[in-house]
Design a protein around this ligand. Sequence first.
Ligand SMILES: *Cc1c(COP(=O)(O)O)cnc(C)c1O
Length: 361
Amino acid sequence: MSDQRVYNFSAGPSMLPLEALERAGAEITNYHGSGMSVMEMSHRSKVFMKIFEDTRTHFRKLFHVPDNYQILFLQGGGSSQFSMIPLNLIGKTGKADYAVTGNFANIAYKEAQKYGTINLAASSADKNHTYIPAQEQLNLDPEASYFYYCANNTIYGTEWQYIPETNGVPLACDMSSDILSRPVDVSKYGVIFAGAQKNMAPAGLTVAIVREDLAGHELPYTPLMMNYKTMIDKDSMYNTPPCWCIYMLGLTLDWLDNLGGVEGMEKIKGKKAGILYDCIDSSRLFNCAVEKGSRSDMNVTFRSASEELDTKFVAESTAAGFTNLKGHRSVGGMRASIYNAMPMEGVEKLVDFITAFDKNN
Ligand SMILES: *Cc1c(COP(=O)(O)O)cnc(C)c1O
């Protein structure tokens, strides 16, 4: 089975660790002698409760989540957090700061405007989102209830390399496309969230890490299912949680642990991104528009000077077993998403392919 697999550079859903997939496959009809699949189990059964607790504990350990933070397993994707963040946090002053560094941050910024007064604290739209604004460029409102930003801009290929300093204003951060790729000082944040389908598990699970004291101050009309307090009080089980995805997250975490956790992954992903950017920078044909110092280690964007050549590259690379390298429609060119589960070997082979293409065209 595994030798027919392609190197899948999809931006999401994306590759999962082969080891996790194979374990899931082996356990698909009869999980640990229970006589049933994890997909078929009551979420309140003893067997599933153990999967749930173990996964949450393991996540807390690997991502170094302090005790005064709750780890929630939610649904609705990363996008539902664009509404949940303001609904739960903006009540304090009715104001919030947003940094718009890409498509998803912009959607969140627009959504938040329904619920309060939103200050555009920074924007990289002036240079087509090819950089991350520096700390000195942030226009901070001291009365903001929170400061919102997107850690890794999946479409443009930029990534924040510093944690904004906001003088006590809680940070709300979308880490959908770089969570678990590097150590994070969680204590600096109010809320961190991530859809699972890039670095964790199949689509359908959203992890939210919420500082306890920030919950329970939601706007009065906050829907029951969008209230962090509801989910904290019921241990993410107010309703049926995404059981299968939580189980898959557990398998991914076991794999990550064997590689040295987020500290080990930081080294691996740094190497993968390093060789790919070096290859693009030293090629004749290709160019990465993102400023050095703002480049993403997860989504590497590049292009040639001609659309025709880009099209040829995508066609030939697909035929050679490197799939989903076409850039997002709003940016064009190419994008190689090299999330945690993309093996080093996949990036090395892509580098060889780019080098040969560069020579032959
Ligand atoms: C993919 C992605 C989203 C959207 O996630 P959904 O689960 O599809 O709602 C949001 N933010 C970022 C940074 C993403 O990469």
